[in-house]
Design a binder for this molecule. Structure first.
Ligand code: SF4
Length: 903
């Protein structure tokens, strides 16, 4: 600590403080326009001048002046104020200060300081820089005449978001912030994250929404967690009356003040007129409004009837990765305890079921081993099967920041994703060749002595068998399978194995294969042989997709595990649960989601499934082989759907229950790094819609199992009493930072890095796995291999993002991406309409030509109902352990329909 005197008072501040940070920590405000927490001092605006004894001229910029021992500072002296006033006058001279028409009014730092420093006559009213505002962008407007050149937007864009879109251009009077070539924002490479907008201190960058009335008119700001992806960004909902009118990033552990386009701007769905506002019951072909009592009575009656006539295993439920932990816990309890079946699952089946199965075998825990923040500590980063900048954008920015600081990046993906452009080494591997690649990398670790022998000996088992199997996996053997040169495989292994610390990040490019579990095991082998697991900067990180997919798994919304991953087949686990529930859950594992559809359609399970309850999922679009899925949803005797909107799945239901969205409920989500975070209610659900928790409590009562614990805090406490990894977690303990499980008791602070001393299963297991070909290789009839994925600008099946006109303007239609060579061979140009046909169906969509792919490979996003990729994908041939389908490799044929897109 250093001692200083500030405004006449002695204070001790941490070494490394600047005068500005020291003053802030002592509650003293010094004005600034350019300073940004988390970045080095810039010293650009100069309104933070303070008097410093002994300084040259007696003054210094507070933001850029480090505190030294014995320093004497006066922050509010006459000379400091006079200097600040002069600087403000200079800024105002070129500022178009029509404050009363400005959307920043009430939240503008320049206006506040001007009033404070006695400069209230702000009425230039001129377009002093002679340029009209740029209103081209769907989400924000940019008015150069209001820009004070503080540089915050430039620095956020280049140093934190690392999109490098904004820069300073020009000199003197023509100095300005601009995108390349002074292009309009909409034509630039802007990714619409809005982090520049959130950090603009004046009215130069403002959200476009007409309803934005400035912070003066916001009734309250509610801190919560984003309802989109698994990063779990903290944010504040700005609420006016009964509406969310804006979103600002909050400084949470996962995002540290950043958001992506969905978190920042795609909140229109919250109060959208399409929201379901009352229960619906099917009468003939129509869904007609009903009371809650009628709807819930019908659901309970049909559930009871089905159990009586066909047994409990004729019912199944799909829980929701978008709902809270407490809701997922009650959902699986409803099925296990009140109905008596383990037929409960959720969408993790289609994303990381292979991770849960694979890492449970090798490490004993199927979750991300490190933290998002710990990516900063990695000397090398291996990203494989994850288009991180689009699927987990805020983590994507963190990887880019690490690379900018010198981390070595290796990317392996069939598509040349954005991160590949920043990588030291990009491996354009063939879809389905993951196991061969990881085996060959592991083999290089052994042959070139890059592994960590001491770690392997002390902490793993099965080395001899794995080493024997890997001996055959030379890079030369893997090269033709992967479609990359052997020397590149060697280089990748050397970068990864040779770094002092290295982290692997992966997602569905690894897991969505018939060999998905083997892919995860092969990655685990690689990390273990390198000794790069359970240490700072060295982790194996599966990136979970939806906001609470981790929590839904933790809470036991899986057919074979109870809350906390205790097996349904384990009598002791069942007894522990029975002690809390008063009912013992069944011992036979239930059906996986993918099996449910197959069984309904084919009547395979005993007498077949008769009753299906879907909470917050849209299988009619998200599941593979849509024709079969829709057939199953139609064939089931009774379908209940609980959702925000009348989705494709809800429109097939017998009963539709209107639910609340994340902004309308209390509880917790668990993000991809196992961090349990607080979700807070900002407003009431629309009409008669109810929080899922309330609906489930009522159904439990109607099915004869009254739920004593009813509030989110009480329900989480009940779940924690069953799930040891959550034992010390309570809603009241979460605060703003959350807690990472395992958290064994109420005094425990949580576990940022797993497996530091011992693996969850004791010693980690090294398991040899052999590569096998994809299920549907190309042939003469279907000569092109289709792979699917997500877009930055859409989420899942667009039930939420599809209500954002801005997102739809940027990415509102389905398309297929083709390599130039493939397109040329088909006579297709950018914008042509093509017909894509697989063994299951056919669609017509727009083609886009892109050098991100190589010849013979096609890519499609899966979000869209019109031109749905899942018409083509297969639901057969599931991974034998994880029951996940091979969504990443489908053989198709593509034919030209129209040379150019009809307008
Ligand atoms: Fe929300 Fe994910 Fe975007 Fe963060 S990165 S704002 S959690 S969608």
């Amino acid at each position: 600590m250093l001692t200083m005197t500030i405004d006449g008072k002695k204070a001790a501040v941490p070494e490394g403080s600047t005068i500005l940070t020291a003053a802030r920590s002592l509650g003293i405000e010094i004005p600034t326009l350019c300073w940004l927490e988390g970045l080095d001092a810039y010293g650009g605006c100069r309104i933070c001048m303070v008097e410093v004894e002994g300084a040259r001229n007696g003054v210094a910029p507070a933001c850029a002046t480090p505190v030294v021992e014995g320093m004497v500072v006066r922050t509010d002296s006459e000379s400091a104020r006079s200097l600040r006033k002069s600087v403000l006058e200079m800024i105002l001279a070129t500022h178009h200060a029509d404050c009363f028409n400005c959307r920043k009014m009430g939240a503008c730092d320049l206006h506040r300081y001007s009033v404070e420093y006695g400069l209230p006559k702000i009425e230039t009213g001129l377009e002093v820089k002679g340029r009209h505002p740029d209103t081209s962008h769907p989400f924000f407007d940019y008015d150069k005449n209001k820009c004070v050149l503080c540089g915050r937007c430039v620095r956020v864009c280049s140093e934190l978001q690392v999109s490098r879109v904004l820069e300073f251009a020009g000199r003197g009077q023509s100095a300005r912030v601009a995108a390349a070539f002074d292009d309009p924002m909409a034509a630039s490479s802007c990714v619409s994250c809005g982090n520049c907008v959130s950090n603009c201190p004046v009215g130069a960058l403002v959200p476009k929404r007409k309803s934005w009335l400035g912070a003066l008119y916001v009734d309250r700001r509610v801190r919560t967690v984003c309802g989109y992806c698994g990063v779990g960004c903290s944010l504040e909902l700005l609420v006016r009356g009964k509406r969310v009118v804006g979103v600002e990033p909050a400084n949470g552990p996962a995002n540290e003040g950043l958001l992506c386009v969905k978190g920042k701007f795609a909140y229109e769905y919250i109060g959208h007129p399409d929201r379901l506002t009352s229960p619906l019951i099917r009468k003939g072909t129509e869904l007609v409004p009903a009371t809650w009592d009628e709807a819930l009575a019908l659901v309970a009656e049909r559930a009871r009837e089905t159990v009586e006539r066909h047994g409990a295993d004729a019912l199944a439920g799909l829980s929701s990765a978008r709902c809270t932990n407490e809701e997922n816990y009650l959902f699986q309890k409803l099925f296990r305890a009140a109905i008596g079946t383990n037929n409960v699952d959720h969408c993790a089946r289609l994303c990381h079921a292979s991770t849960v199965a694979g890492l449970a075998k090798t490490l004993g825990s199927g979750a991300m081993t490190g933290t998002i923040r710990d990516i900063d500590n990695a000397e090398a980063i291996f990203v494989t099967g994850s288009n991180t900048t689009e699927t987990h954008p805020v983590i994507g920015s963190r990887i880019r920041r690490a690379v900018a600081r010198g981390a070595r990046l290796v990317v392996a993906d069939p598509r040349r994703i954005e991160l590949a452009d920043e990588a030291e080494l990009y491996l354009r591997i063939a879809p389905g060749s993951n196991v061969a690649l990881y085996n060959a990398m592991a083999s290089v670790l052994l042959s070139e002595n890059l592994g960590d022998k001491a770690f392997v000996e002390a902490r793993t088992e099965g080395f001899a068998e794995l080493a024997a199997a890997l001996a055959a996996w030379t890079p030369e053997r893997a090269a033709p399978i992967c479609g990359v040169p052997a020397q590149d495989i060697r280089k990748a292994a050397r970068i990864y194995g040779g770094a002092k610390s290295a982290t692997i990040l992966y997602a569905m490019g690894v897991t969505q294969h018939e060999s998905g579990t083997d892919g995860v095991v092969a990655l685990s082998n690689l990390a273990l042989l390198a000794g790069k697991i359970g240490k700072p900067g060295s982790n194996l990180d599966p990136l979970r997709g939806q906001n609470n997919v981790q929590g839904a798994c933790d809470m036991g919304a899986l057919p074979d595990t109870l809350p906390g991953y205790r097996k349904v087949t384990d009598p002791a686990a069942r007894a522990a649960v029975a002690a809390v529930w008063g009912v013992e859950p069944p011992s036979r594992p239930g059906l996986a989601a993918t099996q449910m559809m197959e069984h309904v359609a084919r009547g395979l399970y005993d007498e077949g499934l008769r009753f299906l309850y879907v909470m917050g999922e849209n299988l009619a679009l998200s599941d593979p082989d849509l024709a079969r899925t829709q057939e199953a949803l139609t064939a089931v005797d009774f379908l209940v759907v609980q959702d925000l909107f009348l989705t494709e799945t809800a429109s097939l239901a017998d009963v539709v229950l209107p639910a609340a969205c994340f902004a309308e409920k209390e509880g917790s989500f668990t993000n991809t790094e196992r961090r349990v975070q607080r979700v807070r209610k900002a407003l009431a659900p629309p009409g008669e819609a109810r929080a899922d928790l309330e609906i489930l409590v009522e159904l439990l009562r109607r099915l004869g199992l009254p739920q004593a614990a009813q509030s989110p805090a009480e329900v989480l406490a009940e779940a924690a009493s069953i799930a040891p990894i959550y034992a010390g977690i309570g809603l009241d303990r979460l605060g703003d930072a959350g807690i990472q499980w395992p958290c064994p008791d109420a005094g425990h602070q949580g576990t940022p890095i797993l497996h530091t001393q011992a693996f969850a299963r004791g010693r980690a297991r090294l398991i040899p796995v052999e590569w096998r070909p994809i299920l549907e290789p190309v042939d003469l009839e279907y000569p092109i291999l289709l792979t699917t994925g997500r877009l930055l600008y859409q989420y899942h099946t667009r039930t939420m993002t599809g209500r954002s006109p801005g997102l739809d303007r940027i990415a509102g239609t389905s398309f297929v991406e083709l390599a130039p060579e493939t397109a040329a061979a088909l006579g297709v140009v950018h914008g042509s309409v093509v017909r894509i046909t697989s063994r299951r169906g056919s669609i017509e969509i727009e083609a886009r030509v892109s050098d991100r792919l190589e010849a013979g490979i096609a890519f499609m996003p899966f979000h869209f109902a019109k031109g749905a990729a899942n018409v083509l994908t297969s639901g057969d041939g599931l991974d034998p352990e994880a029951k996940i389908p091979e969504l990443k490799a489908t053989a198709v044929k593509i034919e030209l329909v129209n040379a150019t897109m009809p307008r």
